[in-house]
Design a protein around this ligand. Structure first.
Ligand code: PMP
Length: 300
């Protein structure tokens, strides 16, 4: 059974300060955000009614907008409250949360200083794949043709819509070729991240991950680093060259959507065996995201 398209669902979307019926949350075709990519967004998950690391996501949301030279007209506290209200209004307990901010229609040219800043928050059901046996088989990653851009070329620290052009192209190519996702190198040819998730490798029980200096330093990435350290696992953030991929034992990707997902293959050359470290971090992550307080409205 296929779900209706995203503009034809029921429920409520928070739009510029109030909850509106889902189908009424519209924008005009002459929106700067659409034509010129002046748009930033977030991707979060609620577990048991509690949005995991909501505050960090709201802070990153505001920071992404600042990098694109606009200010989100809501504080972190207001955004957190709006997200909670949207989850509650839709009666969802475990769901994906998508805040998005974009420049409106007042100016339609490159410069857009006087455009209004619009903000919306939508939530929808997106089950996590918690079946550990399936996860432990590992996914296959293609190697993307596009590279993560030099920070001198693009605002690479922002979660900005425009940066996803190369991700969509790379993911389409990967899926066409039978892969689940694509590993992207950076502008210097080093291993960077996937199209919507960060990457980790395991060697002799230690974690290795690229330094997030030209791609998104994911909130899940930081959580995984923290969980690993709590277990006494050594974490090494360093430059990783593609030739080194053959020397790693395990590999996994992580992100709000992917959570912690082991990788079995990268391209035609590299093979990994999802093992004890990946399994331990999957379990730790699941425990961590579910450790938040149950909101009052759920217990009533
Ligand atoms: N990199 C990219 C390109 C992403 O889109 C995401 C998902 N937001 C991530 C990494 C992981 O970030 P997070 O853990 O904050 O979801």
């Amino acid at each position: 059974m296929s779900l209706p398209p995203f503009d034809q669902r029921d429920g409520f979307i928070w739009h510029n300060g109030s909850l509106v019926p889902w189908r009424d949350a519209k924008l005009h075709v002459l929106s700067h955000g659409l034509h010129y990519g002046s748009c930033v967004f977030e991707g979060e998950r609620a577990y048991g009614g509690n949005i995991f690391k909501s505050r960090e996501h709201s802070e990153r949301f505001r920071r992404s907008a600042e990098i694109l030279d606009f200010e989100i007209p809501y504080s972190v506290e207001q955004l957190d409250a709006a997200k909670d209200a949207t989850v509650r209004a839709n009666g969802l307990v475990n769901c994906y949360v998508r805040p998005v901010a974009w420049r409106g229609s007042e100016m339609m040219a490159v410069a857009a200083q006087n455009s209004t800043i619009n903000v919306a928050i939508a939530v929808w059901d997106w089950p996590s794949m918690f079946d550990i046996a399936t996860k432990m088989k590992g996914i296959k990653l293609d190697i993307a043709e596009y590279r993560r851009p030099d920070p001198m070329t693009a605002p690479s620290g922002a979660k900005a819509a425009g940066l996803y052009m190369i991700c969509t192209i790379s993911k389409h190519r990967a899926e066409r070729r039978g892969y689940a996702d694509a590993l992207m190198f950076d502008w210097q040819g080093r291993v960077a991240e996937c199209t919507g998730a960060n990457v980790f490798f395991v060697k002799d029980g230690a974690l290795h991950t690229p330094i997030a200096d030209c791609f998104l330093d994911g909130i899940t990435r930081r959580t995984v680093i923290d969980l690993a350290k709590r277990r006494g696992i050594e974490v090494i953030e360093r430059r990783i060259m593609p030739e080194e991929l053959s020397g790693f034992d395990e590999c996994f990707i992580c992100g709000t959507g992917a959570e912690v997902t082991p990788v079995a293959e990268i391209g035609e050359t590299y093979r990994f065996t999802p093992g004890a470290v990946s399994r331990a971090l999957i379990e730790d992550y699941e425990r961590e995201v579910n450790a938040g307080p149950r909101p009052d409205w759920l217990s009533k």
